[in-house]
Design a protein around this ligand. Structure first.
Ligand code: CO
Length: 188
């Protein structure tokens, strides 16, 4: 499946507001291929040459609904700093991921969020939980996993899982005061 900046479903399409369906396990060949195409997209999108050549927009995550498939599948691939200040590459091909717990403490990205499906800029703090625990089947490791995420990874997980519910990042921005300070929030 060809995935590029032109084929990705945008937020003016009502599809982006629909709910995605759970995926049957074990994965069908078709679903495996969809995940692989999504994985290749996020991986190639951060390569300047490939992204130029194939009209890709840099991304740390993509959900199936963004390529027109309303299934609970998402791929996340990003580099972050772990607890010991080491750089670590996180990559997942998640199927039916579910947040099983989330911190009361909030967090947001200082520079706001972006999304492959959103062209217009939406300024403001996208307030989320600072830490989440997610359970899912990970097709990359071929097993059920539990992710205890904090910081940037926690934000990206919440952003992608929101797509399953038809929620977009700017829904979380305070309409009256987009840059309202949040007490005790972790600023990333
Ligand atoms: Co998005």
């Amino acid at each position: 499946m060809l995935i590029n900046n032109d084929t990705i479903v945008k937020d003016n399409d009502p599809l982006m507001r629909t709910k995605s369906e759970p995926v049957k396990l074990p994965l069908s060949v078709e679903d495996k291929n969809i995940l692989m195409d999504m994985y290749n997209y996020v991986k190639d999108s951060i390569d300047p040459e490939l992204s130029e050549e194939r009209n890709l927009r840099a991304a740390v995550g993509i959900s199936a609904i963004q390529i027109g498939i309303p299934k609970r599948m998402t791929v996340i691939r990003l580099t972050d700093i772990d607890k010991n200040d080491n750089e670590i590459l996180y990559e997942f091909c998640l199927v039916n991921p579910k947040i099983i717990s989330s911190s009361l403490q909030k967090a947001y990205l200082q520079s706001g969020e972006g999304c492959l499906s959103v062209i217009e800029e939406h300024e403001g703090y996208v307030v989320r939980s600072a830490r989440v625990t997610v359970e899912a089947y990970d097709a990359l490791q071929d097993k059920h996993i539990r992710i205890r995420a904090r910081g940037f990874l926690a934000i990206v997980l919440q952003h992608e899982l929101d797509h399953f519910e038809g929620t977009l990042f700017y829904d979380h921005i305070n309409k009256d005061e987009p840059f309202k300070e949040i007490e005790n929030a972790l600023i990333i």
